[in-house]
Design a protein around this ligand. Sequence first.
Ligand SMILES: Cc1ncc(COP(=O)(O)O)c(C=O)c1O
Length: 392
Amino acid sequence: MPTFSNRLGKLSPYPFVEISRIIAEKRAAGADVVTFGIGDPDIPTPEPIIDRLLTASQDPPNHRYPETDGLPEMRRAIAHWYRQRFDVDLDPDTEVLPLIGAKEGIGHAAFCFLDPGDVALVPDPAYPVYAVGTMFAGAASHVMPLHHRNGWLPEYDAIPDDIARAAKVMWLNYPNNPTSAVASQEDLDTALRYCREHDIAMLHDAAYSEVGYDGYRAGSIMQIDGAKDISLEFHSLSKTYNMTGWRMGMAVGNADMIKALFQIKANLDSGIPQAIQEMSIAALTGPQDCIDDNVTTYTWRRDRVIQALTRMGLPVDVPRASLYVWAPVPAGFTSAEFAARLLEETDIVVTPGSSYGQYGEGYIRLSLTTPDERVETGCQRLESWTIPSPRS
Ligand SMILES: Cc1ncc(COP(=O)(O)O)c(C=O)c1O
């Protein structure tokens, strides 16, 4: 019988693996499940991007091992996109690193900065990979609670002095998953100043920067003076160009930090398939109208879901960005109990806020990546459902 590592024993089932299992079980039993679960765009990757993939797949050099740091044109396309979108200059050879999706880079980043016994400052609720990467590196997460009363931003004054001295990295993510909160440039500047003062590397995950509503456009941490001295920003093509299935992301920022991530990756993976890089170049340098088209679609869904939740008596903040609606559960329910009752009684899947950490308790997250007609079906079901009493 093999024996497994202690770290394996510390892992909870990844939330969406568990949810996928439940959905498959329900569907096998004949249920018409509507899922507001994972944030995975249902809208196809735009055709010109797919066309580039098809051509690139037939080019024999693309059948061979890619370089860890990607094609030079790939890095230049990322720098070009940052210049167009954020007016930020990046050196494509030293300040840019393509990733096999942001998740891969986020997980591996922990190995660049953390040794056993070190401390990472990790928000809660949050995308689970920040804490999991920290644990894999043998380090400890110090939780920075995010609260509604603070606009889901950390309270830096609440971090104890000894933790601030010990911390090696701080993770932030705006626009935020799961709360859909946004951070102003001033908020990001406050975080950067705190990190600089305490010699902490700042790691900002901006995977949702291109999903902004009602004219909102997220900024980049790289627009702030001095950010490049101490920070990396992680990005993803997944949500921007409906490319979750193709696996393409990037890290940009401080050249030494980029080099460290490159070194870790060079020892663990063999880069991104070149045909995927070519389609990603097409995405980043081609027409950007799919971004507005996506936002138009998500805006209708956001408004429809908010209407349904409001009719149910659940008071929700209207998201200015991200793919999610973050809604409080009725009094007396835990997040998991409410999500379970919804699934049991309405065949609707939502994610319990507690999957994102203890401070996500009391909320559910609804993803807007479900086709319009399914959103409508789900919303009608929600509106005609009488919220039951909690089971004691
Ligand atoms: C906050 C956040 N960061 C990163 C990712 C992962 O992005 P990718 O698909 O590029 O790995 C996700 C995916 O849901 C996310 O929610």
